[in-house]
Design a protein around this ligand. Structure first.
Ligand code: NDP
Length: 481
């Protein structure tokens, strides 16, 4: 069975402790590779390699770093089909999704930050008494990057690209559930002749390798994307060390559909609910529909969701693949049961799905599931499920829609559908979250700030926000006479 390696100091190496974990293909339900079960010994080596690389890398010019990022982009482009296939097998996601959305975004991450650092500017404030305040932005050193399994290489490189573009070196800990594209990325870094130690990747469990990384005393900066409970644990672990922290956490995002919504709202809300098997932090897992069209919308929504082609991720016609793991399958099964206990009516799905493809009979598939009749306070409407389960509820008017949209501990995103721009704008202003889409969903421009409010996180990344996060501003005040 293939063994994935850690990437430390430019070499692909086995874990120090010689321990490995199964890497499972969730669409077939069986292991197909072995991942290092690394611990603090590997993290120590990776941090030492990153520290050794830091003086030279942080001293390179912007032009040199941009050229290296573009070399990485080209090397990724040469391997894009292999990466898409690896993402599909590792995460159970449809090959079309990996090929047409996620890997192209990986390419964009490098292209964008290679360009961004070349067009960046610094501030200068002329002051009283012939003083000039110059704001210098220095890299922060060795940064720790922790990413989840739902968009593995997309989110890993969303952190690596700005981190190294701004002159930091890094140690990344990808999710143990989907390590394969991070492993291929290590090979790509070697092919692109990235200087040794600039990027280091340590695979392993969050509680071991992840915890060792965030607690390492040389790691002063942590960028984390993952679940809210893990984010809370990381925030309390790093707080005493005054580390700089960015947390991109979970969501329970409303899709708000007014009775004058454009026709595209139906298809878009189906995809917002079920894309990537509901495993996108930005999924619209709570649909709120104006009472006047509620009954007809629910009927049409169920009809559309029923048409979704669930099945073998390798099949180009598949729209919904498997869940990423047995744990995620069990979670969806538990929440479907909870929805029933809480008085919800399941209009579609609600159970494990057995695809027609023989090889996928034991895979971790769950049917797209539609639940109605729940109170907004029900746990099914409040907690992030991260599976193909959506709730639909009616609202009376604009104020009621806003109240329901805000009736959750999360604040990542919302999507509003109406042809009345005044109404859309009022809702956008009143919903407490980091991103509001009006008559669209999941449009992600790399220049915009990204992050959440409340339990959806702390801080912003993306565009200039990422460049600021990965640098330390210093004010130098010069007096000229
Ligand atoms: P987890 O929080 O379980 O894990 C995220 C990462 O943290 C993994 O690499 C994990 O390792 C690691 N980790 C776990 N425990 C620790 C620890 N104590 N110290 C350091 N690292 C640790 O999230 P999932 O991987 O389950 O991803 C799904 C979650 O991510 C969802 O809640 C989703 O909403 C959120 N997410 C948020 C996004 C956003 O931008 N707001 C985008 C995408 C996802 P391991 O996998 O080995 O346990």
């Amino acid at each position: 069975m293939q063994r994935i390696g850690n990437y430390i100091g430019g070499e692909i190496v086995p874990p120090v402790n010689g321990q490995w974990m199964d890497n499972v293909d969730p669409a077939v339900g069986r292991p197909y590779a072995l991942t290092p079960a690394s611990d603090s010994a590997d993290v120590d080596r990776a941090v030492a390699a990153a520290e050794a690389a830091y003086p030279a890398w942080s001293a390179t010019s912007v032009e040199e770093r941009a050229a290296v990022l573009m070399r990485l982009r080209e090397a990724i482009d040469r391997r894009k089909d292999q990466l898409a296939m690896a993402e599909c097998i590792d995460g159970g996601k449809p090959i079309t999704r990996a090929r047409d959305h996620e890997i192209p975004r990986v390419l964009s991450n490098f292209r964008y930050f290679a360009a961004a650092i070349q067009h960046n500017h610094s501030e200068l404030y002329p002051g009283a008494n012939n003083t000039l305040n110059m704001i210098l932005r220095r890299p922060r050193g060795v940064v720790g990057l922790i990413s989840p399994w739902n968009l593995p290489l997309y989110l890993l490189t969303w952190k690596v690209a700005p981190a190294i573009a701004t002159g930091n070196t890094c140690v990344a800990k990808p999710s143990e559930v989907t390590p394969m594209t991070a492993h291929l990325f290590a090979e790509i870094c070697r092919e692109a002749e990235l200087p040794a130690g600039v990027v280091n990747i340590v695979h392993g469990r969050g509680a071991e390798a992840g915890a060792a990384l965030i607690n390492h005393e040389s790691i002063r900066t942590v960028s984390f994307t993952g679940g809210t409970a893990t984010g809370r644990a990381i925030a309390s672990a790093v707080a005493p060390g005054f580390k700089k922290l960015s947390l991109e956490l979970g969501g329970k995002n409303p899709t708000i559909i007014f009775d004058d919504a454009p026709g595209a709202a139906l298809q878009a809300s189906v995809m917002a609910a079920f894309a990537n098997t509901g495993q996108i932090c930005l999924c619209g897992s709570r649909i709120l529909v104006q009472q006047t069209i509620y009954e007809s919308f629910v009927k049409s929504f169920v009809q559309e969701a029923e048409k979704l082609r669930v099945g073998d991720p390798l099949d180009g016609a598949t729209q919904i693949g498997s869940l990423v793991s047995h744990d995620q399958l069990q979670k969806s099964i538990r929440y479907a049961a909870l929805a029933r206990e809480e008085g919800g009516r399941i209009l579609l799905g609600g159970e494990r799905f057995r695809p027609a493809a023989e090889r996928c009979r034991d895979g971790f598939f769950f049917s797209p599931t539609v639940v109605v009749g729940l109170d907004s306070k029900a746990r099914t409407c409040q907690e992030e499920i991260f599976g193909p389960i959506v709730t639909i509820a009616p609202f009376r008017d604009l104020d009621h829609a806003i109240a329901l949209a805000n009736d959750t501990g999360y604040g990542l995103s919302a999507s509003v559908w109406t042809q009345n721009i005044d109404k859309a704008h009022r809702v956008a202003g009143a919903v407490d979250c980091g991103t509001v889409w009006i008559n669209c969903w999941l449009v992600r421009d790399l220049r915009v700030p990204f992050g959440g409010t409340k339990q959806s996180g702390l801080g912003r990344e993306g565009g200039d926000e990422a460049l600021r996060f990965f640098t330390e501003p210093k004010n130098v005040c010069l007096r000229v006479n």
